[in-house]
Design a protein around this ligand. Structure first.
Ligand SMILES: [Zn+2]
Length: 172
């Protein structure tokens, strides 16, 4: 494949790889939400004990994202990743630095609960749920298949992606 080296660290919009599943420790809530926003499958529980975190990671073959140096040394973990930065954007760059391809699919996963989003075919279904100006301005809406939270393609995703592209430029 020609050009593979160039594309390896670039944002691959719309591509999502099913084998890149993560579980974040209790310290990494913001990182988990940002990763979900980009389409990564990231489990996160604010009050999970370490043993439980390790058990789920082993059972579901998920990569642990943690700030705990002792946790990454546990046996039987699949490529645990120690996060050292405090800033969530820098933390995201640490994750990006550890994966071969960055599977970015914004608005594919619920930021709140990590479940997949599904398009809403008839927007009139949600006329009473979203603010009126949003309803009038947008035609494409998505709904979380689990918690029913509504998403739409507003300006926020573009600005967010811009911020990430900027950061990636800086880190190289
Ligand atoms: Zn949800």
């Amino acid at each position: 494949m020609t050009g593979r080296k160039e594309t390896i660290k670039s944002l691959t919009l719309g591509f999502i790889s099913g084998d890149m599943q993560f579980i974040a420790d209790a310290m990494l809530g913001r990182l988990a939400r940002w990763m979900r926003f980009l389409g990564f499958d990231v489990l996160y529980f604010p009050d999970i004990p370490d043993n439980e975190l390790v058990r789920i990671a082993r059972e579901q073959d998920r990569r642990i994202l943690t700030r705990d140096t002792r946790l990454v040394q546990r046996k039987g973990l699949s490529h645990p990743l120690l996060i050292t930065a405090n800033d969530p954007l820098e933390q995201l760059m640490e994750v990006f630095g550890s994966v071969k391809i960055i599977p970015v699919a914004p608005l594919s996963r619920c930021v709140k609960c990590n479940s997949p989003l599904a398009p809403i075919n008839d927007k009139n279904e949600i006329a009473d749920i979203v603010p009126e100006f949003v309803f009038l301005q947008h035609n494409d809406f998505l709904r979380c298949t689990e918690c029913a939270r509504i998403y739409w393609k507003g300006t926020h995703p573009d600005k967010f992606m811009e911020k990430i592209r900027d950061s990636m430029g800086k880190s190289r």
